[in-house]
Design a protein around this ligand. Structure first.
Ligand code: GCU
Length: 695
């Protein structure tokens, strides 16, 4: 049963009998042909995966061959073929449409299944796609050509070398312990398998607040072992760098990016890494942010800093992800014009066109920091001559830390589908990220995951839908969050319609509910932001140096980010959008307090309620919704009291989720009372329904 957590959506559970009947088109004597005999090749792995999946789902024991001609002579009536287009070409003439790198063609016609990848990785993705169909009882004929929206589809792990994980909520690191790479990399390989199944092609292994000792000879050997464990799944490894390493680790007098000794140091280190890991993906760099060292120390630009690494990896084909999360974390709250939200554009706009072609600027989805509701970072609109990637956070740092169910795909879609109207032209964030809008070749998606040794990876079975959705949206951001969720639910829990409708309805309601009982109307999450980032602490949202402010007093609430009277942030958007955010009357209610400082008695556009009454009502409604999650899940329990979830979910996972939703139901009440009470005490405005305050 523990395997169910480890396998996530790759359980390959036996199909119920009524669905198995449809499998008749796939003969139980089919032969799997994987056109590569090297055991560590993704195509070979795809063959093995097909073998294991068909065994699990249908109970078939299929033989695996590596030669198309040989297997044709085995007389089998059906062949499940997987390979690269190039390998297939050698034996068969075909007419497959063009595929982008990592893309695949999946053709199912009766018992003949053909899975061809543009490269080995693509072939593996195609095999997983086919297995996903079978595991959902779908045996229809298909002819699917699928290519990724963008080449960068990476996960970031914030693992420290001592084995802890920054903002990780699922136990210790699967990669590091006591300053070194762990001996047993079984979990690393299992994680790579999960990542490949959602078409992730790169992983940055260590914390963005990076430790230079990752670059000792011993640790580089360890990184080589991790790369070996993940390579069969087509997942390339990269690392986060500490900008000061030439000084702190290398003993040089400086880490100035233009100093020849520094350039030489990085060139050598990089060559040593590539010697161990020829397909090393590249570097992720957090510079001059939250106390991290960077080029600004030497009056060099952030582009100088990024290009230093870009030149080092260029001859080896590597990429540099350079983070745009640069801001002053000692802002003065008494300065009405100060605004952390302005930082990304202020620091990067003028550098557009100054980055080398293998640099990608990695931008958090919103201007602050992974809050429950943010407008898209305006920086996406300002880099037409620079590669860009979006940084999303699967790890629920401000969003309940996996103790709360919050399905994040709808939040991400609110950003990806946003039209920034650059130069008055349609400019969806997702078409900037695909490279289409500005004609960029290298761009994409980075997701901060922070899996740990917990047997279900994220510390919550339900949270795995976020990882699943992240990979699939990076591949194709036009996908519907609910459809992705339904696929995930069938694969993870059960094909039962009751389970499907329950998991779907509570998950789809979860982000709006969390927003309602934490911080609504664009006022940020209202968690404690000084230390834990967990639980209610509205008071911490003012008078801090971090620049995360609500500007609440006894009469007014919200940040004035207008050009006319505030921080000017609204003006960082292209004119059509800037005009919309400049006035309360045209700002969507859900972002009202992000952009405007208004009296508690200000009336909302949508329902005409006052801000304070909305705040009370939303907190009560959100907490109420969370009570409903628990009730809905509990209703899946079998009538006989056996915790089997409509006869389909094993007792262990059923109980785990029940426990989580019980906690969430209780904590949502704590949130409701803390926030509603806080603003009541501040504004002294009564709740129309008499629920808040003393009576
Ligand atoms: C947040 C988070 C930090 C992290 C930082 C970053 O502030 O709390 O732990 O280091 O983001 O993304 O760099």
């Amino acid at each position: 049963v523990a395997e169910n957590g480890l396998n996530g959506w790759l359980r390959y559970a036996p199909l119920p009998d009524e669905l198995r009947q449809h499998a008749s088109s796939l003969p139980s004597r089919a032969v799997i042909v994987a056109l590569n005999e090297t055991e560590t090749s993704p195509v070979y792995v795809a063959g093995k995966e097909l073998q294991a999946g068909l065994k699990g789902v249908l109970g078939y024991t299929l033989s695996l061959s590596h030669n198309l001609n040989l297997s044709a002579s085995t007389n089998s009536s059906a062949i499940i073929l997987v390979g690269t287009l190039a390998a297939y070409n050698l034996s068969v003439k075909h007419n497959v449409s063009t595929l982008a790198a990592d893309g695949f063609w999946l053709n199912v016609k009766g018992g003949q299944v053909t899975i061809l990848g543009q490269n080995e990785r693509g072939a593996l993705y195609g095999a997983f796609e086919y297995l996903s169909m079978i595991a959902q009882g779908d045996f229809s004929d298909v002819d699917l050509v699928s290519s990724p929206s963008a080449p960068i589809r990476w996960v970031n792990e914030w693992d420290n070398l001592d084995g802890t994980i920054e903002r990780g909520y699922a136990g210790a690191s699967i990669f590091f312990r006591n300053g070194a790479v762990v001996e047993d990399l079984t979990r690393a390989a299992q994680y790579a398998r999960l990542l490949a199944s959602i078409r992730i092609n790169g992983i940055v292994l260590n914390n963005v607040n990076a430790n230079a000792t990752l670059l000792t000879a011993e640790n580089m050997d360890g990184l080589g072992r991790i790369a070996d464990a993940m390579r069969p799944y087509g997942v390339q490894v990269g690392i986060s760098l500490n900008f000061a390493s030439p000084q702190t680790l290398g003993g040089l007098a400086t880490f100035d990016p233009l100093d020849p000794s520094v350039v030489g140091w990085w060139t050598d280190k990089t060559a040593q890494l590539y010697q161990r890991i020829p397909d090393f993906a590249g570097y992720l760099v957090k510079a001059n942010s939250e106390g991290q060292p960077g080029p600004l120390t030497y009056n060099r630009t952030l582009a100088d800093g990024a290009n230093l690494f870009a030149r080092a990896v260029l001859p080896h084909g590597g990429v540099v992800m350079f983070r745009a999360f640069v801001y002053n974390n000692h802002l003065d709250p008494s300065d009405w014009k100060a605004d952390r939200a302005n930082a990304a554009v202020d620091f990067f706009q003028h550098l557009d066109g100054h980055f080398l072609d293998n640099v990608v600027v990695q931008i958090k989805y919103g201007p602050i920091d992974f809050q429950v509701r943010e407008p898209p970072s305006p920086l996406f609109a300002h880099l037409p001559h620079t590669n860009a990637a979006i940084e999303l956070q699967i790890s629920q740092e401000y969003l309940g830390q996996q103790s709360h169910l919050v399905y994040l795909a709808p939040l991400w879609k609110s950003i990806l589908d946003f039209d920034l109207c650059v130069d008055g032209q349609p400019s969806l964030v997702r078409s900037i990220l695909s490279g289409a809008r500005f004609g960029r070749k290298l761009s994409g998606y980075a997701g901060v995951v922070n899996v740990g040794t917990n047997p279900n990876w994220l510390g919550s079975h339900m949270a795995m839908s976020n990882l699943f959705a992240f990979g699939h949206l990076a591949w194709d951001p036009t996908q519907n969050p609910q459809t992705l969720l339904e696929t995930w639910t069938r694969l993870t829990f059960s094909l039962s319609p009751t389970v499907l409708s329950t998991v779907t309805s509570i998950s789809m309601a979860s982000w709006p509910a969390y927003e309602n009982y934490t911080g609504n109307l664009g006022m940020q999450t209202l968690t404690d932001i000084l230390y834990t980032h967990f639980g209610p602490n509205p008071a911490s949202h003012d008078n801090n140096g971090w620049g995360q402010w609500t500007r609440a007093d006894s009469t007014f609430i919200g940040m004035d980010r207008t050009v006319s009277n505030g921080t000017g942030f609204a003006g960082q958007y292209p004119p059509d959008i800037a005009a919309q955010f400049e006035a309360p009357a045209t700002t969507p209610d859900e972002l009202l307090l992000w952009f405007h400082h208004v009296p508690y008695t200000h009336r909302l556009r949508g329902d005409g309620k006052t801000v304070i009454q909305h705040l009370y009502d939303a907190h009560y409604a959100g907490a109420q919704t969370a009570q409903g999650f628990l009730a809905a899940w509990a209703a899946l329990r079998d009538d006989d009291g056996g915790a089997a979830g409509a006869g389909a979910i094993d007792a262990e996972r059923f109980d785990d989720v029940l426990f989580q939703l019980t906690y969430q139901a209780g904590h949502a009440l704590v949130w409701r009372d803390a926030i509603a009470g806080f603003y009541h005490n501040l504004s002294w405005i009564a709740d129309e329904h008499g629920r808040v305050g003393y009576h």
